[in-house]
Design a protein around this ligand. Sequence first.
Ligand code: ADP
Ligand code: GLC
Length: 473
Amino acid sequence: MEIIHVSAECYPVAKAGGLGDVVGALPKYCNEAGAIAKVVMPMYRTKYLYAHEWDVVHKGYTHMGDWWFPYTVIREKTNELGFDLYLVDIYGLLDREKVYGYDDDTERFTAFQIAVVDWISLWKHRPDVVHVHDHQAALIPFMFKYCHAYRHLQDIPTVLTIHNGQYQGWMGWDKYTYIPAYDSWKAGMLEWRGTINPLASGIKCAWKVTTVSRTYLDELRQHANGLEALLEYERGKCVGILNGIDPSVWDPATDHYFSEHFNVETVREGKAKNKAHLCERFQLDASKPLITFIGRLVGEKGADLLPQSIEDSFYYIGRKMNFLILGSGFPEIEWRLNALKTMARGDYNVFIGYDETLSHLMYAGADFILMPSRVEPCGLNQMYAMRYGTVPVVRNTGGLRDTVIDYGDRHGYGIRFEQATVGDMTHGIFRSVELYQQQEKLQELRRRMMQLDFSWQSCVRYYLDLYEGLALE
Ligand code: ADP
Ligand code: GLC
C-alpha cells in the first residue's frame, strides 16, 4: 500500500503549526505498520534543506495559465525521517524562508499542486492513495478527476484532511486559467459561493474527507466559515479521526530540547527543575503556579482574551500565580501582551516569536496550559502538555472536548470551561490556583494524564483502514 501525502508543512522540515507535526509523524507510523507512505512538499529555504543531502529525482516543465515554469523534485538521501521525503522546487516561487504570508501564496501553492500532479502523471506505477492536507493541496483531487492532461489519474483514490476549515484558499474567477484545462461544465466542482474555493473543491472531489477530531466534524456542520451546507451534503464520505502525537519527539524522558528529563515516577522533581529554569530566565516566582499559553496569537485560539483575563486574575484572585506566554500573530494582541509586562513584572512574561526549544521547555516546566480556543479542530498542545504532566485548562470545543476530561468528573484530569469569554477563562485560572494548593491531588492528576496514550501508534490503524477500504473500491 503506497500512500503519497501532499502538504505545505512537515516537521522538522518546515512547520508553522500542528499540520507540520501531523504530516511529520503520520507517515512514519504508517510505515512502521507496514505501509509505504511518502511526503511531497514545497522546497522552502529552511535550515533542514541546507543541512541535508538530496538526490534529484525529476526535472519537469509545466505551466500555470500561460506562465510556463521548470520545476525540480529532490529526495532526501538518508530517509532519516522514517519516510521518503520529496521537495518540489519552483525557482522564485517556493524557495522562500517562510511557509505562508506572501502576497502570491495563491500562485505559489497552485503552481506547487500543478507540479506535483504533473510529476505523478509521469510515474510508471500508480500510488494506492494520494492524501492531501488542507487547502494548499486541496485542488489535487479536482485535477485528478477533471483536468484533461491528467485523466489517466482519475482512478487513484484521494483523501482530503481538513486540519483547519477556517482557511479555504479562495481565489477569484479571473484566475480560472491557473487550473489546467478542464471541461467548463465541471467548473461547479471548483466553486463555492461565487469564488474558486480550493477547500470546497477538495471536499467535493476527494473520495474521502477526514477531520482531525470527531467533535470538529460535528461542529463543522454548524460553523465552517461558509461550508456548512456542503459538509452536511457530503457527510457520507466524511470521518473524524483524532490526531496522535509522536512519542519519539514528545517524551519528557528523552526530549532532546531540554536536559532535565523525567517520567511518571519522577514527575514532581523533574517538573520542578524545568520550572526553575523557566522562572529564572523569565524572572518569575517558582513558588507560584506557572500558567502558560503556547500558540498563534489569533482570535481562533482565543488569544485576544488573554490580556484582559490575566489582568482580571491579578485583580480578583490576587498575585497568586505566574503567567508565561509564547506566541506570535496579530500585532494588536502582541502589543497588548507586551504592554502587560510593566504592570505585572515578576508574575508575568511573554516571548513574542516562534521558538521550538522554548515550547518544549514550557510543556515540561509549566503547571498549567491555557487553551481558550474559539475553534480547535484537534489541538496538539493539550496532548503534549498532558504527556509532560501539565494540566490543560481548555475550552470545551473540537478536539479539546475529545481529549480533556474535567478533573471534577469521573476519571478526569484537566480543567474545562464552556465559553470563550474572559469570565469563563478567568474562572478556569481560579480553579487552577485552587488545584495547585492541593499538591497531592495535583500529583495524582499528573500521573493519571501522563499515562494516557495519545500516540500515533494507537490511532494510525484508523487511517490504514480508511486507505485499505479505498484501495478495494
Ligand atoms: P495549530 O496548528 O492550530 O497552530 P496545534 O495545537 O495543532 O495548533 O499545534 C500547534 C503546534 O505549534 C504545537 O506543536 C505547538 O507547540 C507549536 N507552536 C505554536 N506556536 C508556537 C510558538 N510560538 N513557538 C513554538 N512552537 C509553537
Ligand atoms: C490545525 C488545527 C489544530 C490541529 C492541527 C493539526 O492547525 O488548528 O487544531 O491540531 O491543524 O491537525
